[in-house]
Design a binder for this molecule. Sequence first.
Ligand code: CA
Length: 231
Amino acid sequence: MPVTILIVEDELAIADSIAYALRTDGFVAQHVSLGAQALQAMRATDPATLPALVVLDVGLPDMNGFEVCRQLRQFCNAPVIFLTARSDEIDRIVGLEIGADDYVTKPFSPRELVARIRVVLRRLAPPAAPGAPTPGARFELRDAEARILYRGQALDLTRYEYLLLKTLCERPSHVLSRAQLMDRVWADAPDTLDRTVDAHVKSLRAKLRQVDASDDPIQTHRGMGYSLAGA
Ligand code: CA
């Protein structure tokens, strides 16, 4: 099934060059010029046409790309690669306050962008090697019981620890920023701080260590966030 990439860019020449490079590489390119249209496109309910990744220009006529990303993150996990022309924007993206997966600086080579897109999509793909150890082998999610088993042993978790570990388990090998974790785990507590996330990761790690002291499946990505080891 061809993979659709959504291009959100108001400069048509740039959008065309990205679309061309994507199509050359076997992707389906969908293009919109406004942030509101991007959000609309990502609300598509047909999984066959839902874009797998969003290439998002920061400077859009109706709303900036950061705001688009923030609203997108409230209902959608699709990876976002920002297009930016300014270094102060890069600082915000690199801080990953807004849940971006990567960025490219204008001017850029469309082929380089397509290569980045492939890297991000590959990173998100479920581990392919059969028989390889996966988080599924370590963790067992029992949603109905709101319980998670680690190496066959039920964990005694607080509500937020449970939601945090469940969120990480659902996206193995995917780096989730503190902001993304706050959006998903602490959705009912909007004034949560970064250090709340860190404190819960710490207590969660301690509980996992009690089961298996030789393993630390939660990986810290300095300045970016956390992931659950995929293999
Ligand atoms: Ca622009």
